[in-house]
Design a protein around this ligand. Sequence first.
Ligand code: HEM
Length: 271
Amino acid sequence: MPTMKSRRSAVLRLLIKCALAMATLAMTIKYCTLELDDIIHEPIEEFSLEKHPYVPPTEWDSRSPCPALNTLANHGFLPHNGRGATKKDYIRALRQGYNLSLPLATFLTVSGHVLLSQYSHLSLADLARHNCIEHDMSLGHWDTLQTQEYAPDRPSEWLFDRVLAHSSDGKRMTLCELAAARVERESTYAHKLDAVHEEIARGEMSMVLGVFGGKDGRVPVDWLKEWWENERFPEGFKPDHQQTLLDTVRGSWKIRRAMNEMAQNASTKPT
Ligand code: HEM
């Protein structure tokens, strides 16, 4: 039978634990709101390649399988060595380099950290950890070898040429042509990507179309080559509008619709 004294000390321990939990929660909320406040009110410098010229990476610099982030590092919007960037660094760089809206830049940064289960500093090479964000069936790089934990961080010219071959005029790429490139790449596998990675793969294409596509949504092929293969902002590029979370989701839906139609047409085509 528990005595009065032992019951009282159990209640006291419980109260201390509750107080500690409440204090931790209060500190976390205070930290998050302070950090968020800082991010919201941070002035974003205008995009300028004069202030941010291209400097090629050295072999010691950390790079990822993402052409967007590698380009930001090559131009010094992110630390040039690609190491130890904070969430605030990623959000600022995405807004400055691609004029992503604050909600989109924050969503990409926070979900990237969650998918990697890494919540402090993030080096670009961390993003190559297979099947966290990185996935098979990429348009720009080969799959991770079964013996490896990390995917290649260099684009494959051979794979990328297959993407560009879908451009009907060799000058620009439309949403349907990029969707066709994804359908072709996926058709070489017996299995499908899981739902999360399918969504990520479509989101990447949607942002490419949104950021680099003009008013007609077509992306110049030479811009794509310079940015994706050389990881360098194309000459003459300057983000001319803000890319929002809603634009990205809508673009992704359109790509899914186009891919589904292509798959359906292929399955009903007489053999
Ligand atoms: C914090 C923001 C971002 C994170 C954490 C991120 C992460 C990644 C990762 C891990 C990959 C490799 C996926 C794969 O295996 O193919 C990737 C690829 C890619 N990302 Fe990003 N990315 C970000 C922002 C962006 C933005 C803003 C764009 C477009 C403007 C973009 C465009 C692409 C493209 C085109 C690929 C290559 C897809 C392929 O090869 O099929 N990313 N990204």
